[in-house]
Design a protein around this ligand. Structure first.
Ligand code: G4P
Length: 534
């Protein structure tokens, strides 16, 4: 039962060894530290360095970017690949800021699993909860790492109970901590009956591992003091009675999470977690698409853009579109069809973010993430194939929850502002609406912090100070329906009509009441809070 979660037994070996996942956590739980240790054990870096960018810069930009800057090695933004044993891990970064954004949602469309990191002293915190809900929308398998066990932490049963209660997911311990805080010795590896002892002296060392023949093995007493051993036996007895065993299928559908305990900073428990990711996966999964789904083992290449990042190099205004390969074996120089425009694209300089460096991707397989530099042709939600007109689905654009007007500090620079705004809209960093009456733009985001991030990016990347100001509107809805009905609707509601950066019609309003009224008065017009990117 515990062997590899091979729910897709026909996958070619190159695909079956891929594990594409993201880390979700509340700020400060230890995501950066854990990432660093992944890279260390993945052989990607020699020594875990100091990844300590502080304050806003770190919160608002990707942590990977902060790492890149602070460590002087080129890791990447957005996705990193490294090998662990015979596996290839692709770790996709979730945005570092604390507001839930659709960016996060879309990132999670590119992965097959998520690692949830929680702080043992704090339990399930708000941001973890929000990110977890996003994973739940996609039924993503979750592996949990309870970090900072070297510090005073909460009672382990209490932590598990909190996860079960707050997140409505069953929990099964894969390891069990022995002692807490200063007395923390290590863990009992429940899955393999091993004792893992933490070395406090060397933070980059892999724990000493002692094979144990069940809980009655006298070897245990050689390493664990009597009181702690008694507690361990009692605890494990309760675990056996109260908690469900690891069931791969339940894990794969996202209703059961295995939990490992450890201390990322001490490199402890990290290897076991990586082994868990390798063993339980899952492998690259089937991708939903229209008119048919895409199987990873298909010979032909298909992939979709889940993220666009502009200005990675401020000297060049190029963009990198991050593409998750859904099927096939990609080779550099391939000609792919850009399904939205039906145009061929030669992919001559794709990059892959191997943790040690940003490299030209000579080849990639289903499950991998490649970056394709382009001048704006590739947008979020676009599908690339070897010719077939398939469109990947499930990458929505959400109606923003906060709207503000925006003005350039210098009124003569409004053209520049338009350009900057369009770029951020294409990146998916904000919604930009051009009202049909009057001048100026309305910018929509999901969390307040995004306005600040935008203002600072516009200033930094375009040298353009801007001011956000209250807007008369509070909600936006996309307008759909039969053409004559929509035209009539637009005619009579001009002061509420705007266009998004794709030119799609949007209804802006202050009141939910207005939205209800439209639904009543214009039965042929549909107002929607999401739009599929296409
Ligand atoms: P984040 O990316 O999730 O925001 O967290 P990050 O890894 O930056 O870790 C947040 C803080 O927690 C850091 O401390 C880090 O050193 C510490 N930390 C991470 N893992 C462990 C652990 O296993 N045990 C303990 N005791 N601490 C851990 P900091 O004070 O922000 O930085 P620094 O002073 O340590 O450099």
């Amino acid at each position: 039962m515990l062997d590899n979660a091979k729910n897709r037994p026909d996958l070619p070996a190159e695909i079956a060894r891929r594990r594409t996942f993201a880390i979700i956590s509340h700020p400060d739980a230890g995501k950066t530290t854990l990432t660093e240790k992944f890279l260390l054990f993945g052989g990607a870096i020699q020594m875990a360095g100091q990844v300590r960018a502080k304050g806003e810069a770190r919160r608002t930009r990707s942590d990977f970017m902060a790492m890149e800057k602070d460590r002087g090695i080129s890791v990447s933004a957005s996705a990193m690949s490294f090998d662990f044993r015979e596996y290839r891990f692709n770790l996709v970064d979730t945005p570092g800021h604390s507001d839930f954004s659709e960016d996060t949602y879309r990132t999670l469309t590119a992965v097959d699993a998520a690692v949830m990191v929680i702080d043992g002293a704090k339990g399930v915190e708000s941001q973890t909860q929000k990110l977890f809900e996003v994973c739940r929308m996609r039924d993503l398998p979750i592996l949990t790492f309870c970090n900072k066990m070297d510090r005073e932490s909460r009672d382990v049963f209490e932590i598990i109970d909190e996860i079960q209660q707050n997140l409505a997911i069953d929990v099964t311990p894969a390891s069990w901590p022995i002692g807490v805080g200063r007395d923390f010795l290590g863990c009992y590896d429940i899955l393999r009956d091993r004792l893992e002892l933490m070395d406090r002296a060397d933070r980059n060392k892999v724990a000493e591992s002692i094979e144990i023949n069940g809980l009655d093995d006298p070897k245990l007493a050689e390493h664990v003091p009597p009181q702690l051993l008694e507690k361990l036996r009692e605890d494990l007895e309760m675990v056996r009675e109260l908690m469900p065993p690891l069931d791969i299928e339940l894990m794969a559908e996202g209703s059961l999470t295995p939990i490992w305990f450890g201390s990322a900073i001490n490199s402890f428990g990290v290897k076991e977690l990586m082994e868990g990711i390798a063993r339980f996966g899952p492998e690259p999964q089937i991708q939903s698409a229209e008119p048919r789904q895409i199987l990873p083992e298909e010979n032909k290449v298909a992939g979709f853009v889940f993220k666009v990042q502009a200005n990675m190099d401020p000297k060049h205004r190029d963009r990198v579109a991050f593409v998750r390969l859904a099927s096939g074996h990609f080779q550099r120089g391939m000609k792919l069809t850009h399904v939205r425009t039906r145009k061929p694209m030669s992919i001559t300089n794709p990059v892959m973010f191997l943790a040690s460096d940003r490299e030209l991707a000579e080849e990639a397989w289903a499950g991998d993430i490649i970056g394709i530099p382009n001048h704006g042709q590739l947008r979020i939600g676009d599908t690339l194939t070897e010719g077939e007109a398939i469109r990947v689905t499930g990458i929505p654009s959400f109606a923003p929850e906060l709207l503000q007007g925006v003005r350039a500090g210098d009124p003569l620079k409004s053209k520049h502002l338009e350009k900057a705004l369009m770029q951020f809209a294409e990146e998916g960093a904000a919604k930009v609406f051009k009202p049909s009456i009057g001048s100026g733009f309305v910018v929509g985001v999901v969390g307040q912090l995004q306005f600040e991030v935008l203002a600072s990016r516009i200033e930094l990347e375009y040298g353009l100070p801007v001011r956000f100001e209250p807007s008369q509107f509070a909600s936006a809805r996309w307008v759909n329906g039969a053409r004559p009905a929509v035209e009539k609707f637009i005619d009579t509601n001009k002061q509420h009509i705007a266009y998004d950066h794709d030119g799609d019609i949007v209804y802006l309003t202050r009141l939910q009441w207005d939205i209800d009224r439209v639904e009543r008065d214009y039965p042929e017009v549909r107002l929607t809070a999401t739009k599929e990117m296409m």
